[in-house]
Design a binder for this molecule. Sequence first.
Ligand code: ADP
Length: 500
Amino acid sequence: MASDSTATLDKASSTELQSILWFDPTRILIDGQWRAAASGQVLPVENPSTGGIMGQIARGGAADIDAAVAAARRAFEGPWGRTTATERGRILMKMAELVLQRAEALAMIEALDVGKPLHQSLNDAKALARYLEFYAGAADKLMGTTIPYQHGFTVYTLREPHGVAGIIIPWNYPMQIAGRGVAAALAAGNSCVVKPAEDASVSTLAFAAIAMEAGLPAGVLNVVTGLGTEAGAALSEHPGLNHLSFTGSVATGQRIQAAAGRNVIPVTLELGGKSPHIVFDDCDLDQAMPTLVGACMQNAGQTCSAATRVLVQRGLYDEVKRRMADMYRGLVAGPAADGCDLGPLISARQKNRVSHYIELGKAELSVAAEGSIRADASADGHFVRATLFSEVPPDHRLAQEEIFGPVQVLIPFEDEAEALRIANGTVYGLIAGVWTRDGGRQMRMARQLNVGQVYLNNYGAGGGVELPFGGVGHSGHGREKGFEALNGFTRIKTVTARHG
Ligand code: ADP
C-alpha cells in the first residue's frame, strides 16, 4: 500500500486521507462508543504539505470531557480495576501486534496530517508498538517493597494506580507521545482520557480504534478531539482526574500545572528545550558529524529534544562549521512522502513563527549556510529552509529561545568550564550530547549538565522507549518512558501490620 500512496501524497486530497482510514475521524471515543461531539461541531484537518483541507475531526468540548471522565471513572471502579497485571499486559501486547499490522497505514496518516517524511512516520508507528510491547512486559513486574521496621511488625508498600489519568498530546509526535502515555497509564491499571492536538488528531483516533479492536474494555481509553482552549482546558481543569500528563509548550504547561494545583493532583510536564551538542577537540568528528545535523533536522526541528545549539571547542570550530555548512546546502525540504530531508512545518502559524526567528537571525547574525525547498513544492505548503547560524553569542535570542524549526546555532567555546556554563545557561534542561574521547571528561560533564538525559558520543532525541525522559527547569518535571513512567502512574500505599 505504501508505495502506491506515496507517489500521490503531495497531492493529497480528502479522498486520499479517507481511503486510508478504517474509522470515522469525525467521531470521538467515549465509553467504547464512537460519537459526534455534543455540540455537533467539527474542525478542519489540513495537509501541511499542500495547505489543502483533507477532512474533519470533532470539535469536542466540556460536555464531552465530562462524559469521558465519567466513563473512565466507571471503568476504573468496575472490571478494569480488578484486572490482573498479566491480563493488562496481554491486551497491550495485542494492541502492539495490531499497530504493527497497520504500521504503513498509521505512517501514511501521520505523514499526511503532520507532514513528516514517510520514513520518519513509519518509525513513529514502530515506536508506538514498542511502547505497547515494553509496558505489556512491564505490567506484571511492578512491585512494592518490604521495609525493615520494629520487632513485631511487617511493613510493605503497594503500588496502586492513581485512577483516571488525563493525557494531553502535542502535534509533533502524536503516535509516540500517545503511546508512551497511554501504554504506561494502562499497564499500571489506570483508565484514561486523551486529548490530542487539534493540528494532528487522526493517528490518535486510529490508535483508539486499534485499542477497541484489541479488546480493551469500554471506558478504559477515551479520546476527545478539539481545541486546546476548549477540550484541553476542560480536561486539565476537570475535578474528576487523579493524574495529568502534558507534553507541549511552556506557556500551556504553566496553565496545566496551575489547573492541576487547583485539583491537587500530580502532574507530569514535558515541555520545551534548547538542547546542546558539546563537541570537544578530541572527539571522533567523523562519527559525530551526521548526528550534529540529523538530531535537529528530524521532524524539521519540531522536536522538544532537538539539538539546536552546537557548542564547538575552538580547535575544531572552523572544521565543524565548514562540514555542517556543506551538509546544510544539501538539505532539501519537500512534500512529506517524497523522501526529502525535511517535510513542511505543521501549520502556517508555525511557519510564521520560525520564519520570524530566521529573519531576526539574518539581521543580527551570520548565516553559515542554508538548505533549499524543492522547486515543485506547493507554495501553500508550510516549508522553510534549514538555516545554520555561526559565531552566535550564547545570550542571543536564537541561542536562548526554543524555535521549533530547522534552525541551529554554532557557538564556540574554549574549555570544559566554559562549555558547561554555556550548556547550562538557558531556562531549559532537557537533554545534552557530549562528544569527547576523554573518559574523565565524559563523567564530569554527565554529572554537571542540568538536564534529564545525557548522551555520550551519541544523541537520541529522547532515545528508546526504555530510557526515562524528562527535563529540569522550564523543560518540565516528572519522567516519561521506561520504568520511571510506570512508577509515575502509580502511588505508594504503606501497610504496617503489628503481629507481635
Ligand atoms: P502549540 O502552541 O505549539 O500548539 P500547545 O502547548 O499549546 O502547543 O499544545 C499542546 C497541547 O495542549 C495540544 O493538545 C493543545 O490542544 C493543548 N492545549 C492548548 N492550550 C491548552 C489549554 N489552555 N489547556 C489545556 N490544553 C491546551
